[in-house]
Design a protein around this ligand. Structure first.
Ligand code: PEP
Ligand code: MG
Length: 570
């Protein structure tokens, strides 16, 4: 029987299962000890959990990078929340034991979050449940399972992977993770990716299907798990694993090599990350900088906007692994499919064509100013920091942001805050309007980053997320290819750096064309860095130019597909 879930962290892992079936804490026999005693017990338990959480945060800082503790410090903030304290106290005053109060009050929040429409908010219920069970354990004097002592090479099977569990995990010991609940946007998923442990989350029935000690095969790429794999599957796994190890060995030398094409022309190879924790991994994978930090993570999992201080900490955390490299931070790209529940954006029939990205930031100027201030302050400590604007369509927008940045810098100076007076400001070329006016935008921008994910959908009028439009959605359409060529040319003519950060940056078939057009910077997911660097090294300008001439002479996506199907480089 194959179990299906969400492939939250790629790769394959096989090993004997360690099943964690958390029994509900037994609190039979505990009677009500009076308001003062119950209050005191709760206070003591809260302090203990707070101390433990701070220690976990420290451990996480070492394991997954500076920003990760934010997940845990969020739990501390919740513990200290006056409204929550009030509700707990009220329950105790009404005659509940401290345990029953924790059960009821946290239970209410868990149900509230689980009932929300937004998936990311629903996933926050896991963080609250984690906190609840740790408080209950502290009240009952129980110890948490110590995941740092798992047998080497095991597959961890559990109902839910909480952030506090995830910190204890070790790639050397845990071959893979399989859980019954959770999604790819959960904090635990972010952590498994940052730690590089293959994981399938949300596989219903996993704990029933697997017994302790039984062999399980987890495929984080396919999002499946196979309990008790047969001889054939085990053989396939070993073949795949061997191929993976061979590939790793082949790519290993590129980790420390500069990014150069076959003629020795130097390029920059950066990483796209969705969370500062991934920046640590990106640096370890050989990224020369961050080409795109999507800042939505800061805004999505909460009920209110992140503070300037929080944003500052996150931006510095993303920049820290790259003391000499560039770190491109994109301002909030809300709207479209990235709905932020607490952000009052208009209800639109076509959210991808409406108040999205920069437009949404302009619609909430106060929120935008906080982000710009945090960026200016981060810039004082991180010399490589650059700001990138999503969904720009005209020169006036860039001017407006520049003016806002200047204004924020003046205010920060007046307040005596350390900040950069000017930050390099770039445009994400991802709308046809920006692409067609690239020559004009280049006069106002310090750099370009081409966002092919959106540019392709807008040029071809083909929804990037709709399965029905999949056939139409391809950068290998002359309309998209010409636009890419022209944008790169416009940037080069204006003398500003041009990079590409959409998924297409890692496409081996597009690579010779990008090289032929003189693109200098590619930003790809951390897992694809070494492969991309190796591929770049395989192209001389003459060879890339020959491919470019042939492809650009073709009339449509079908011809181009046919050309690549017969490609000797595949
Ligand atoms: C893009 O549009 O190409 C891009 C990189 O941004 P996102 O995928 O976040 O829209
Ligand atoms: Mg985009």
């Amino acid at each position: 029987m194959i179990l299906r879930g969400i492939g939250a962290s790629g790769g394959v892992g096989m090993g004997p299962a360690v099943c964690l079936r958390a029994a509900a804490p037994d609190r039979a026999g505990r009677g009500y000890a009076g308001v003062e005693d119950e209050r005191a017990r709760l206070r003591a338990a809260s302090c203990q959990v707070e101390r433990e959480t701070a220690a976990l945060a420290e451990r996480m800082r070492v394991r997954a990078g500076e920003s990760e503790p934010a997940i845990l410090t969020g739990q501390i903030t919740m513990l200290r929340d006056p409204e929550l304290e009030l509700q707990l106290d009220r329950a105790i005053q009404e005659g509940e034991t401290a345990e029953a109060a924790v059960d009821a009050v946290f239970g209410g929040y868990i149900r509230l979050f689980e009932g929300l429409e937004d998936e990311r908010m629903r996933l926050r219920a896991a963080d609250i449940r984690d906190l609840q069970s740790r408080l209950l354990r502290a009240l009952l004097g129980r110890r948490e399972a110590d995941l740092s002592r798992l047998p080497a090479g095991c597959v961890l099977v559990t109902r839910e992977l909480t952030p506090s569990m995830a910190v204890g995990l070790d790639r050397e010991r845990v071959a893979a993770i399989l859980t019954e609940t959770g999604g790819s946007a959960s904090h635990a998923a972010i952590l498994t990716r940052a730690l590089g442990i293959p994981a399938v989350l949300g596989a219903a029935g996993a704990l029933q299907a697997v017994e302790n000690g039984e062999l399980v095969l987890v495929d984080g790429d396919a999002g499946t798990a196979l309990p008790r794999p047969g001889r054939k599957e085990q053989e396939e796994y070993r073949t795949r694993r061997a191929a993976l190890l061979r590939r790793q060995a082949r790519l290993e030398p590129y980790r420390r090599r500069p990014t150069v094409d076959g003629d020795g022309r130097r390029l920059r190879l950066y990483a796209n990350v969705g969370h500062p924790a991934e920046a640590v991994r990106a640096a370890a994978e050989g990224a020369e900088g961050i080409g795109l930090l999507r800042t939505e993570f800061l805004f999505l999992d909460r009920a209110e906007p992140p503070t300037e201080e929080e944003q500052l900490a996150a931006y510095l955390a993303a920049a820290r692994p790259f003391p000499r490299g560039e770190v491109v931070i994109r301002t909030l790209d809300a709207g479209g499919d990235k709905r932020i529940p607490w952000l009052a954006l208009p209800q639109e029939r076509n959210p991808f064509l409406g108040c999205r990205g920069l437009r949404a930031s302009f619609a909430q100027p106060e929120l935008f100013r906080v982000q710009l201030r945090a960026l200016l302050r981060a810039g004082a400590e991180a010399p490589g920091l650059r700001v990138l604007l999503p969904m720009a369509t005209s020169v006036s927008e860039v001017r407006k942001v520049r003016a806002m940045l200047a204004q924020c810098a003046v205010e920060l100076e007046r307040e005596g805050m350390a900040c950069r007076l000017e930050l390099p400001l770039g445009v994400m070329v991802e709308t046809p309007a920006a692409a067609r006016t690239a020559d004009l935008l280049a006069q106002e921008s310090d750099f370009f980053s081409i966002g092919t994910n959106d540019l392709t959908q807008y040029i071809l009028a083909a929804d990037r997320n709709a399965p029905e439009a999949k056939r139409l959605y391809t950068p290998f359409h002359p309309a998209v290819l010409r636009e890419l060529r022209d944008v790169i040319r416009a940037g080069r003519q204006a003398g500003i750096p041009v990079g590409l950060c959409g998924e297409a940056a890692a496409d081996p078939e597009l690579l010779p064309l990008l090289l032929a057009w003189g693109l200098e910077e590619l930003s790809v997911s951390p897992a694809l860095l070494l492969e991309t660097r190796a591929r770049i090294a395989g192209w001389t300008a003459a060879e890339a130019g020959a491919v470019e001439r042939q492809v650009m002479a073709l009339a449509g996506p079908e011809e181009i597909r046919a050309y690549y199907d017969a490609w000797p480089h595949n």
